[in-house]
Design a protein around this ligand. Sequence first.
Ligand code: NDP
Length: 328
Amino acid sequence: MSDLAVRIQQPGGPEQMQLVPVEVGEPGPGELRIRHVAVGLNYIDVYHRNGVYPLPMPAGIGMEAAGFVEAVGEGVTHLKPGDRAAYASQPPGAYCTARVMPARCVVRLPDEISFETGAGMMLKGLTAQYLLRRTLPQGGLHAGDFVLFHAAAGGVGLIACQWARLLGLRLIGTAGSDEKCQLALDAGATHVINYRREDFAARVREITEGRGVKVVYDSVGADTWAGSLDSLAPFGLMASFGNASGVVPPVALGTLAAKGSLYLTRPTLFTHLATRESTQAMADELIEVVKSGAVRIHVDQRYPLAEVARAHRDLEARSTTGSGVLLV
Ligand code: NDP
């Protein structure tokens, strides 16, 4: 039986994703071939599919998966055929049964961590990690500090709530329903706000007794931008890392002065994963917190690979929580 991969011929709705037969081939120098067991679903896959983040066409979709290494190319020494492995990587193309890819993106998955967890944790967990551990305000983050994290019951969000608890941070989480707020609270948020019902910036001022938070981690984008700036303490950091509600319009820099000498960053995980050494170091830290049980990966949605369109519809309808995986 030949291998299968999701391809899009042009940007558009979920129906653009077609599962087609592909020849996977042999890995070249520095590459490996991995056979997937589970593939992670991420909101970035929606941006790739609908053209918010343009890709050369035709394109593959998907940035994260777990499975078995089948073959390694010349010069690959950290993995061998038969190893369990997982990755977060670009360019997209993880929605498939098997693929050849750069080996430097792939890490060994310990036996204690299931493939579903591996596929649900790499891109989202490494993102939560670089945000809370590396995307810091002036003077750093310390136990007791307030941060605001939007979409706190989502894939990145539920991991961030748990990691923030581990760091002793007071994470105020927003979410789009009372049930989602409860999930975020159970995962470690110290306060939650249903931002469909409440003015979150006003609530943040109340919770922080007027001071505001040190950092806002904002992946919602257009809808939350203004309220996020209003939630920051002077010298606070706005970390805008996604756009689930739409892309943030161009920013007048003077706004940052008017709101209290704010800092602004627009980070991406892939700058942090530029080398094999940094990828391995970050993955080691993630694997450690997952193995210890301090961070649990909530795999709340499972779909057969062939039902990828339904998975995207659910993501865009805001009906998902935690991580979702495609089963191969
Ligand atoms: P999520 O599971 O968090 O899903 C997105 C969530 O965004 C929804 O569940 C919903 O939660 C919220 N949301 C708010 N407004 C909308 C809207 N109009 N349409 C759809 N969703 C909305 O996704 P992920 O965990 O995969 O990713 C979270 C975010 O982080 C994404 O924006 C993603 O692109 C970004 N990201 C950025 C990275 C980077 O390095 N820059 C890396 C990884 C992810 P609710 O109903 O609670 O509002």
